[in-house]
Design a protein around this ligand. Structure first.
Ligand code: NAD
Length: 339
């Protein structure tokens, strides 16, 4: 299959860009990478890849994207951390256009298999009220009471994937990602998620000598965080599997936000005074990934320890931070050099 045309949407972003890198490394010869952003804003961009800057809200662009494709990985969406999704509900819901039109174009162009990146934000809010990190099973998405805006769009799009499979025979696969983090992710600007935001804040404190950190919420909210390498492995395994219904793809190593800060402080070799902003967006109180289904079906679950993943992420953000301070665009991969 390595000569098949593989399409990655959202390829200018974190997971999409990392997926393109991974596929190149695996020897895929024909990759089409698409993102709405102008090329200079892509986090990673590679030679020998068909890079297209297209708005996939538009049907005609989805046709261009799907033409000739064997497999499509749809990772394009408007998204960000809680600060972004709580304040941009309409924008998040508009991503429904991307998935709906990509599905239609995929059927029209005879695409063999289609991957959709859903989210733990589909889960019923009632089941996430406790701080004790409730493990969410796939069935806990129903009765539906998803995260307003972003989560409802994901839930609706999951169902579109199911019905396109049932009614039109398109082989769809859907994973519910739980908080992905790692090098090449968004780390400033308002769309960053907790792991990257905390790394950046700790670095700022270290560099400035002002040993304080602002934490959103009371600090005892629980979450699990999946390292990017596990996410990429999971996408591949799920795409090749016969798992037809949406499945959790997340780490089951739940921590509080305070514990996440402890880890980053330890990596940075610093202790900070913590100031809690209780009025900041903080999302649900507790959430963890129940991995029973993925373990049963794939004999695997995301297993990079948070400490190990955060170490790599911190180092990467540190380099980016210093490069930015020097007025440079940032650290780029060697394979980006020719862009
Ligand atoms: P990201 O924001 O880094 O990447 C998404 C990319 O989609 C961006 O580069 C954006 O420019 C692009 N995009 C948005 N609208 C577009 C359009 N109309 N046409 C073409 N491209 C468009 O986010 P990410 O973290 O890489 O997330 C990838 C996917 O995984 C998204 O669907 C997201 O909802 C999902 N997801 C991510 C996480 C996470 O923790 N990162 C968790 C759950 C689900």
């Amino acid at each position: 299959m390595k000569n098949d045309l593989v399409v990655v949407t959202g390829a200018g972003g974190f997971i999409g860009g990392s997926l393109v890198a991974e596929m190149r490394a695996k020897g895929f010869q024909r990759i089409r990478a698409i993102d709405i952003k102008p090329f200079d804003d892509w986090y990673q961009r590679f030679e020998n890849v068909e890079n297209l800057s297209l708005d996939l809200n538009l049907k005609e662009n989805c046709e261009v994207a799907a033409r000739g494709a064997g497999e499509i990985y749809n990772l394009a969406a408007n998204m960000g951390g809680m600060g972004f999704i709580e304040q941009n509900k309409a924008l998040c819901m508009l991503s429904v256009l991307i998935n709906t039109q990509m599905l239609q174009a995929s059927v029209k162009h005879g695409v063999r298999r289609y991957f959709y990146s859903s989210s733990a934000c589909v889960y019923n809010a009632e089941k996430q009220k406790t701080y004790e990190a409730p493990s969410l099973k796939e069935e806990d998405a129903y009765p539906a009471m998803a995260e307003d805006g972003y989560g409802w769009e994901k839930l609706f799009s999951e169902r579109m994937c199911r019905h396109f499979r049932e009614d039109f025979g398109l082989e769809t696969r859907v994973a519910r990602f739980h908080n992905v983090y790692g090098p090449w992710g968004t780390w400033y600007g308002g769309r960053e998620k907790a792991p990257a935001a905390i790394c950046r804040k700790v670095i700022e404190a270290k560099v400035s000598g002002k040993h304080e950190i602002e934490i959103w919420g009371p600090g005892n909210q629980t979450r699990s965080f999946m390292f990017i390498d596990d996410c990429l492995k999971g996408i591949d395994l799920i795409m090749r599997s016969e798992i037809l219904e949406p499945i959790n793809l997340g780490s089951s190593e739940a921590v509080t936000v305070n514990q996440l800060v402890d880890i980053v402080e330890e990596i940075a070799g610093i202790k900070l005074k913590r100031n809690y902003d209780l009025s900041a967006p903080k999302g649900v109180n507790g959430r963890n990934s129940d991995n029973t289904l993925i373990r049963k079906n794939l004999n695997w679950e995301p297993d990079t320890s948070l400490r190990a993943g955060m170490e790599k992420t911190y180092r990467w953000i540190y380099d980016q931070y210093l490069a930015r301070e020097r007025g440079e665009a940032g650290v780029v991969r060697e394979s980006n050099a020719g862009r």
